[in-house]
Design a protein around this ligand. Structure first.
Ligand SMILES: NC(=O)c1ccc[n+]([C@@H]2O[C@H](COP(=O)([O-])OP(=O)(O)OC[C@H]3O[C@@H](n4cnc5c(N)ncnc54)[C@H](OP(=O)(O)O)[C@@H]3O)[C@@H](O)[C@H]2O)c1
Length: 372
């Protein structure tokens, strides 16, 4: 193995090419804007450091994820992922013939093609998904967070969504954390987004009664007609969220898949059934606030509600592979349908990310930066 990896590296010396990258210009307060980010032209030599296990990839699809906003604020305490550092701080990483100019590029789980590899598990031409930068090329020193793409019968962008982090998040959150069972009442917020659309469909496949909330009539219609939700409502049009939930769930909610937090969580807590479960996936309504909204968590006590946070990274490895096979089967059989919105070109990436906080995306928001 070591010798074949070395052979790949030996062929790896190449030209220097422009590497357009999206960086953060300044720490963000409130809603992010396009001006908070900048597309800059860096450079990369098409090479991997000799003797290393590094992989150089060309990024094909960039994922837009709400949690990226949480990394744009400077936190006094370290979180589960580091904050982005703003500014054009160029560092030249140089090992022998290989170097890359590094600035603080935004990163998340993207879809890429291997250009050069010193790692025995990856060879040029392989397609993978995992943590890379919002840039045209990424040099990954150790591809431990990269996964081979096994199903080539679907659009590659699906690995930023239904077959990647959002799909796995929906699956693990609904079944491992929410423990949804046949016949139960399930509520999903941000239901027409990347995670929400999959949660609702998986809950329907399990035999649950499923209701979703979303921020436009178009999305509500999509939930009921395309994704097969039993009911849905536009939270922006409801004067009283508590009343809306009572209307949709006269018997209460068994499982809440929590994506938004704030007033919606507060209203849901009032409508949970005894021994209900809340899978706390995210709280997108809170990400742009200086101080989070108050929520009456005392409701958990009297009703023995289990409210459990989780991170999708717990479910990597074998669990992911089982999920990937099951989800690929559902897609092939038409049991799960998938909606995504594809922006074109790396210059479109900042606006696509900002759009998440205005609900401009219908389904998963992704950015196409290169073709295979
Ligand atoms: N725990 C984990 O490991 C993990 C992994 C992935 C994602 N997540 C979380 O899962 C949630 C969904 O992520 P996603 O990738 O599927 O995003 P998404 O739903 O595709 O996009 C975000 C959506 O949030 C809604 N939104 C924006 N601002 C809002 C507000 N103030 N109040 C209510 N809704 C608002 C918008 O839809 P509307 O038009 O409906 O308002 C928007 O389309 C997020 O909270 C994210 O952080 C967690």
């Amino acid at each position: 193995m070591a010798s074949s990896a070395a052979a790949v590296v030996a062929e790896a010396e190449g030209e220097e090419v422009t590497n357009r990258q999206v960086i953060l210009k300044r720490y963000v307060t409130g809603c992010p804007t396009v001006d908070d980010m900048e597309v800059v032209a860096g450079a990369v030599r098409l090479a991997v450091p000799p003797g290393s296990a590094a992989v150089l990839v060309k990024n094909l699809y960039l994922s837009c994820d709400p949690f990226m906003r949480t990394r744009m604020t400077r936190h006094s305490e370290p979180g589960f992922v580091p904050d982005y550092v703003p500014g054009k701080v160029f560092v030249i990483v140089s090992i022998s013939t290989c170097y890359v100019t590094v600035c603080q590029v935004l990163d998340t789980c993207n879809v890429s093609k291997v250009v050069l590899s010193g790692h025995p598990d990856f060879k040029p031409g392989d397609l993978l998904w995992g943590v890379t930068g919002w840039e045209e090329y990424s040099l990954i020193p150790n591809p431990m967070f990269c996964h081979r793409i096994n199903h080539h019968e679907f659009p590659l962008s699906y690995y930023t969504g239904v077959l990647g982090v959002p799909g796995l998040t929906a699956y693990a959150g609904l079944f491992e954390v929410g423990k949804a069972r046949k016949g139960e009442y399930v509520f999903v917020s941000a239901a027409a987004g990347a995670v929400g659309q999959i949660v609702g469909q998986l809950a329907k496949l399990t035999g649950c009664y499923v209701v979703g909330s979303a921020g436009s009539d178009h999305k509500v219609n999509l939930l009921k007609t395309k994704f097969g939700f039993d009911d849905a409502f536009n939270y922006k049009k409801e004067l009283d969220l508590n009343a809306a939930l009572k209307r949709c769930f006269p018997h209460g909610i068994d499982v809440y898949f929590e994506n938004v937090g704030g007033a919606m969580l507060d209203a849901v807590l009032r409508n949970m059934r005894p021994r209900g479960r809340i899978a706390v996936c995210g709280q997108v309504s809170q990400y742009n606030l200086e101080r989070p909204d108050g929520v009456d968590l005392f409701q958990l006590v009297g009703k023995h509600i289990c409210m459990e946070g989780f991170l999708v990274s717990e479910y990597a490895g074998e669990y992911y592979r089982r999920f990937e096979e099951e989800m690929a089967r559902y897609l092939k059989e038409g049991k799960v349908v998938y909606v995504e919105e594809v922006a074109e070109g790396i210059e479109a990436a900042p606006a696509a990310l900002v759009g998440l906080f205005a609900g401009r995306n219908v389904g998963k928001q992704v950015v196409a930066v290169a073709r295979e």
